[in-house]
Design a protein. Structure first.
Ligand code: G3H
Ligand code: 13P
Ligand code: ZN
Length: 284
């Protein structure tokens, strides 16, 4: 099963009222876990590589592992650049075989974000690759921002409309109250804002920082138009906890396969749960 168009997976999800999980990979084990979970659930998935993953594993290794996964996989999956930092990086990923790229211009003024996104879109469209952009600032929980200040960074629905009209971007990441990393408290999502955004833009919406968001809020967000749900921190937790458990129970263990194998198994279980939560089980 070759890697497939991210846009196609998300258009189907958008029309079908479910979401596709976008799971961050960092090594062979996480890629294998994402594919194994998707096959077990017969679900479409997106494997995505963050800046940290590219620095750690190398773009060529990630693309190479994904290529091998594609040659063996029974389900369709997409390969996506997460929080792309530049036009150049997007092109490198497209050349490496990614099926979509995110260009994260969210820290730029609106007009510059539009310009950068358009530059990436022109190149990507020429070779059939879809593009995600971000409007508003999602941030990390470690950013010491108090709640009412955070709201100033939320996505403005009218700006979202203008952004989509001026770019024709394929899917849009919005800031509605989630943040990357572990939450200190329970995140409060602004569903009215999500509704208002969705009413003005007719493209799949992406939810970042989805680890730690209560299941009920994830379901609500999907019912209001979120079609791609990004999960990284929960994968790190599942993977690390399982490896730590082996070390705790058997401190003398030095066989990497006995440390990483249970971590991979725990990641499969976690991703299967998420797939079911997102309603994408059986949709491949
Ligand atoms: O969106 C960001 C990812 O969750 C983590 O990024 O792998 O670069 O630390 P990183
Ligand atoms: P979490 O680490 O909070 O799951 O966020 C993942 C993400 O948004 C990747 O882009
Ligand atoms: Zn993100």
């Amino acid at each position: 099963m070759p890697v497939v168009s991210t846009s196609e997976l998300l258009q189907k999800a958008n029309a079908g009222g479910y979401a596709v999980g976008a799971f961050n990979c960092n090594n062979m084990e996480t890629i294998q876990a994402i594919i194994a979970a998707a096959e077990a659930e017969c679900a479409p998935v997106i494997i995505q590589a963050s800046q940290g993953a590219i620095k750690y594993a190398g773009l060529d290794y990630i693309a190479g592992l994904a290529k091998i996964a594609a040659s063996k996989s029974k389900i369709p999956f997409a390969l996506h650049l997460d929080h792309g930092t530049s036009f150049e990086q997007c092109i490198q990923c497209i050349l490496a075989g990614f099926t979509s790229v995110m260009i994260d211009g969210s820290k730029l003024p609106l007009a510059e974000n539009i310009n950068l996104t358009n530059r990436v879109l022109r190149a990507a469209k020429a070779v059939g690759i879809s593009v995600e952009a971000e409007l508003g600032k999602i941030g990390g929980t470690e950013d010491d921002i108090v709640v009412n200040e955070r709201e100033a960074f939320f996505t403005d629905p009218l700006e979202a409309k203008e952004f989509v009209q001026s770019t024709g971007v394929d899917f849009l990441a919005v800031a509605i109250g989630t943040a990357h990393g572990r939450y200190k408290g329970i995140p409060q999502l602004n569903f009215d804002l999500l509704k208002n955004i969705k009413a003005l833009i007719n493209i799949p919406i992406v939810l970042h920082g989805s680890s730690g968001v209560p299941d009920i809020a994830i379901r609500e967000a999907i019912s209001l138009g979120v079609s791609k749900v990004n999960i990284d921190t929960n994968i790190r937790e599942a993977f690390a906890e399982a490896a730590k458990k082996v070390i705790h129970n058997k401190p003398e263990e030095i066989d990497l396969r006995k440390l990483l194998g249970p971590a991979r198994d725990a990641t499969i279980d976690l991703i299967r749960e998420k797939i079911r939560l997102f309603g994408s089980s059986g949709k491949a």
